[in-house]
Design a protein around this ligand. Structure first.
Ligand code: F6R
Length: 240
């Protein structure tokens, strides 16, 4: 596991965007695993800049997002589908139909999970971008006695709903369930880029990288992967 610490968040964002650009230059038809949340927004901004300067193209790429809320349609303001359009897809040359997110508003959620896993198996992720939850979650894999390997439905922890309530009018509007790639699927990626920013994540990133490998901190399972790069800003990395 390689850990890189940056003084300025903007330097971190540029470095991460350049890693994706290099991956796409080397293999234009790469499959990219993408995340939502506050952490990747700056990275997506840098990717858009690079695309506009002709330094990055998604023309032959395929993307899979980690997760989506259950019960929100793709055009709901706070759906992750809308988030991805707003922050990346609407601004770059990724062909329509090549961006995949789990569908959170289908009648048969179990079939959707199986379908997502089948697509991931057919197009394995080359490089997976991850943020880190305050409780150690990756995707929406919350701490638990057991973790599931494949795509599945999760009950969101109150703390996670609280953390995400800032995007909704009130916590009552935050969905209680999500559909997420499992830790097993995440660990199948060829390479993983974990990005962590802010003083409030200093404790959990230390636990994830240097603490015991335990399902009670899902991100700690990343210690078992052979090709993980962790990018932290100074505040998040201060205990490492
Ligand atoms: C989002 C996701 C989550 C976030 C995590 C951190 O697709 O999978 O695991 O990465 O909750 O969120 P932020 O970046 O908002 O702190």
């Amino acid at each position: 596991m390689q850990v890189k610490c940056f003084d300025q968040p903007a330097e971190l964002d540029l470095y991460a965007a350049q890693l994706f650009a290099s991956a796409l230059k080397e293999k234009p038809e790469s499959t990219l695993g993408l995340a939502t949340g506050s952490t990747p927004i700056g990275i997506y901004e840098k990717m858009i800049e690079m695309y506009e300067n002709g330094d990055l193209s998604f023309k032959y790429a395929t993307t899979f997002n980690l997760d989506e809320y259950v019960g929100l349609s793709p055009d709901h303001e706070q759906s992750y589908a809308r988030f991805m359009n707003r922050h990346l897809f609407d601004h770059v040359d990724l062909p329509a139909g090549k961006a995949h997110l789990p569908k959170g508003m289908v009648s048969d959620l179990e079939a959707e999970c199986a379908n997502y896993d089948r697509m991931l198996q057919e197009q394995p992720v080359d490089i997976q971008l991850l943020g880190l939850g305050h409780n150690g979650h990756i995707g929406f894999n919350e701490p638990d006695e057991e973790l599931q390997g494949g795509t599945h439905i999760v009950e969101l922890e109150h703390a996670t709903r609280e953390a995400n309530a800032r995007f909704f009018s009130s916590i009552d509007d935050v969905p209680t369930q999500a559909i997420t790639m499992g830790v097993g699927s995440i660990l199948k990626a060829e390479s993983i880029l974990l990005v962590v920013k802010g003083a409030d994540k200093a404790e959990i990133v230390k636990q994830a990288l240097q603490g015991p490998i335990t399902t009670e901190c899902p991100a700690s399972l990343l210690q078992t992967h052979k090709n993980v790069t962790v990018l932290v800003d100074r505040e998040a990395g201060r205990l490492l």
